[in-house]
Design a protein around this ligand. Structure first.
Ligand SMILES: [Zn+2]
Length: 389
């Protein structure tokens, strides 16, 4: 058989198996109340708002979510599915995996409302389901993150990770590609809210990072470093993300993205000015403020100089964004997956259908990372062979 056809057959049969499995599950199990809560909270609705939208009573919704009503009639489920714009089959899947909020490292926990937090956590649950599907089809890189036994400070940890990955002191070309190549599964949150920055967690020995691509490209790169910091420094660090863990992760990201020797070599102390910082930040693909913080951390700026530069950069608009921003980094893995699927006449819509998700949820998880479906001439076939079982 022609290689391409072989792959297509393998992939299609694998997808068929997965599809049948899900259909089988859908036939066997009952209405899943957790999935109703998930979909409702993803859509940012209260029970009352959903009831109004679905032309049902608030009691009906509340009984369903509390489990008092176990099996609603098909008309009720149809009304709910329509109001939430989720496929009916979604509500008959197995109970979704809930992320433990205490083991998830949120960056701006204090600023987030419970509603935002729940919506962002459920995005993580959907992301896991999407990755489970993908890992059933493709062989993705295995995790390759160093383990740190005992206490290690953030600067030393950043140096050790660079050493482990053979990066030396040079700037990292594409941070997202690097993380993916080291087995970190990256997805996008794309919440319309700047309070939800990013989060990360370990699941069954696999590290996951969810990035909020609502922020600037530079901010997202810093988030990559910050979440990597959590993954290596706080893997066994106990439940709640603490303030000191956040400070450590920030320091890790600074040191990882902007190694001290490289910064010293590139920016002589006597030449530091706001203009120079704005120019120099491109080397490490960080924000002007992040570079200013780094210069202060490594002693190239006195406290007074640091404060003055922060004020100056703030007046120039660099506290809230980058005047001339860089292009957003894209996920190599997702681009490859989509290329590969596209070459087999499968689309993102097909992916969504396989796991009974609405298309917009899949799009939110990957669009900012993967972009549009590739053009025909950009098809690639470099993904490893589909798993056989
Ligand atoms: Zn954090």
């Amino acid at each position: 058989m022609h290689r391409k056809c072989f792959h297509l057959a393998r992939l299609t049969s694998r997808l068929m198996i997965l599809m049948c499995r899900f259909a089988d599950v859908a036939n066997k199990i009952m209405f899943n109340r957790k999935r109703l809560t998930l979909a409702r909270e993803r859509r940012g609705l209260t029970g009352i708002q959903l009831a109004e939208k679905a032309k049902l009573t608030a009691i009906t919704i509340s009984r369903l979510e509390s489990g008092q009503t176990k099996q609603p009639d098909s008309e009720t489920v149809y009304q709910i599915a329509l109001a939430l714009n989720y496929p009916i089959d979604f509500f008959y899947r197995e109970t979704p995996e809930e992320l433990d909020p205490d083991t998830v490292s949120f960056r701006s926990l204090k600023k987030m409302s419970a509603k935002q937090k729940n919506a962002a956590l459920w995005a993580g649950s959907l992301g896991l389901e999407l990755y489970d599907l993908i890992e059933g089809i493709y062989q993705l890189p295995n995790p390759d993150l160093p383990e740190f036994g005992g206490q290690i400070d953030a600067e030393s940890a950043a140096r050790a990770v660079r050493q482990h990955w053979g990066l030396g002191e040079r700037p990292i070309g594409n941070v997202l590609h690097l993380l993916e190549s080291k087995g970190i599964r990256v997805l996008s949150l794309e919440e319309d809210n700047s309070n939800v920055d990013a989060y990360s967690f370990w699941r069954d020995g696999h590290p996951f990072v969810f990035l909020n691509t609502y922020k600037t490209a530079e901010h997202t790169i810093f988030d990559c470093g910050h979440e990597l910091g959590h993954l290596v420094l706080h893997k066994h660090g106990g439940p709640k993300p603490t303030k000191s863990a956040e400070v450590e992760a920030n320091r890790f990201s600074s040191a990882f993205l902007m190694p001290e020797h490289d910064v010293r070599a590139a920016i002589p102390r006597r030449l530091i000015s706001a203009r120079r910082i704005v120019e120099a930040k491109k080397r490490w693909k960080v924000s002007a403020m992040a570079l200013t913080v780094r210069l202060h951390q490594i002693g190239l700026l006195s406290d007074w100089q640091y404060r003055s530069l922060c004020i100056e950069l703030g007046k120039l608009g660099y506290r809230t964004g980058e005047k001339v921003g860089m292009e957003r980094e894209k996920s190599l893995i997702w681009q490859k997956i989509l290329s590969d699927l596209w070459a087999r006449h499968l689309t993102k819509e097909d992916l969504a259908k396989k796991i009974n998700l609405p298309y917009d949820e899949v799009e939110r998880l990957i669009f900012q990372l993967a972009g549009d479906m590739p053009k025909k001439q950009q098809w690639t076939h470099t993904l490893k062979e589909v798993k056989t079982h």
